[in-house]
Design a binder for this molecule. Sequence first.
Ligand code: IPM
Ligand code: MN
Length: 368
Amino acid sequence: KEIYDIAVVPGDGIGPEVSKAAVRVLTEALGSTAVLRFAEYPAGAELFQRTGDSFPAATFEACRSADAILHGAAGLPGVVHPDGTEAGLDFTLGLRSKLDLYANVRPIKLWPGVTSPLRGREVGDIDYVIVRENSEGLYAARGSGVFLRGEVAMDPLVQTRKGIERIVRFAFELARTRGGAPADGRRRVTCCDKANVLRSYALFREIFSEVARGYPDVEAEYALVDAMTLHLVRQPSHYDVIVTENMFGDIISDLGAATVGGMGMAPSAELGDGNGFFQASHGSAPDISGKGIANPYGTVLAGAMMLDWLGRRHGDRRLLDAARRIELAVHDALAQRNALSGDIGGTMGSADITGILCANLAPAASAA
Ligand code: IPM
Ligand code: MN
């Protein structure tokens, strides 16, 4: 493939600022040749306020047919549906279900120059990936449970053999192929559940154990989600890949992000068999939007994940090479501590950070 079509959905709040930063770094990393063709499409809370439609059919069609989707952020406080849920989330949640993006990959990595709130933790101490099941579990109940306004609400938690099997396989495959390693150098997948209390999680654990037998080279272990939050604070260096149900993945990935500098440092990739959707894990931060001070690293790193995913799928070295060079540029910018936004202890704005990242990019390897 010569050219890849990327659907960019800037969204609300700081979304447009951070997606612009990522598009700039990606374009720069791929050099002058137009390898990526970006086109912008509307979705989100602001659009909903204006038009009554948070996720237009044309935006969905563009996302479905694109080679990959890059999102800024969405949502504005108070812009809600009659049942009280947020309209700005329709895009992200709608894409997940319509495109069956079942694997939500959330790397938690402490970069140099970024201070962890965990005492004594340094680069290399925190480097694991949360694989969040993204198609079923508690989130799949959205809008379909029992709802009697002001009186009763019920959201059933459903997990299926098919859904559990594919996410657990994904996690074991990732453990085999990903870079980085826990402190002891062992590849492992941790099953994070609440199998001692709820049947759906007991099924998750049962199927995890079955699948794990097919990966004797990877250590399999278990943690109850409440204990997991404690381990991720006390002993983060133990972890490699963690696989978990949708809602638990949502919660522990924010906890993980906090240990490596906050939501601004946390990228996210949502993958199906045919589509890939990339964004930072953070929200639209309307309190700081338009000020030019948003942290662009999460979205830039999500952009690098996008290149890596596309590069592997299409066997395209140009993309894989660009992904590596973006990660190195991020590494250098952070290590030198001269390109830090307010949330990670600096004073620099998004545009200046983006400029430094572009300047840090090593020249592309000559095409193989
Ligand atoms: C996330 C976010 C989303 C979620 C929202 C925006 C729907 O918090 O990606 O973690 O709850 O899954
Ligand atoms: Mn979340």
